[in-house]
Design a protein around this ligand. Structure first.
Ligand code: THU
Length: 132
């Protein structure tokens, strides 16, 4: 699936955002290395802390279906551009050490990053290997 299609899917997912409190809509698409594709939107909860970002909605859908490795994640949101929060960067890093992170304004206008661009000197699963 090409980047344009993944970006279009993120904009479609953004429309489904459940955001009665912030009114800030975010959509995400993840293309997994096995070829499967999942979308997500942000979901807000009245007690606030259970709120889930769009990126994690999409990634957790993938993980819960048994898919593990992120190839590409696309993020779109009401801010132009909308970058992933710190928690989502860590979650992307867990399942996408070499993931491409696309921050899109439109199907024509987007920027592409690596997880090392967004989360330098990161901690990850390999760091726990020696202690297992
Ligand atoms: N949000 C996301 O969905 N992804 C991010 O990476 C940044 C923030 C959501 C959470 C909340 O519903 C709203 O945007 C405002 O913070």
């Amino acid at each position: 699936m090409d980047k344009r299609e993944l970006i279009k899917m993120a904009f479609e997912a953004q429309k489904k955002a459940y955001v009665p409190y912030s009114k800030f809509r975010v959509g995400a698409t993840v293309l997994m290395k096995d070829g499967s594709v999942y979308t997500g939107c942000n979901i807000e909860i009245s007690s606030y802390s259970p709120t889930l970002c769009a990126e994690r909605t999409a990634i957790f859908k993938a993980i819960s279906e048994g898919s593990r490795e992120i190839d590409t994640i696309v993020i779109v949101g009401d801010a132009d551009p909308t970058y992933p929060c710190g928690v989502c960067r860590q979650v992307i890093r867990e399942f996408g050490r070499d993931a491409k992170v696309i921050i899109a304004s439109s199907v024509e206008k987007y920027r592409e990053y690596t997880i090392d661009d967004l989360l330098p000197h990161s901690f990850g699963p390999e760091d726990l290997e020696e202690n297992r």
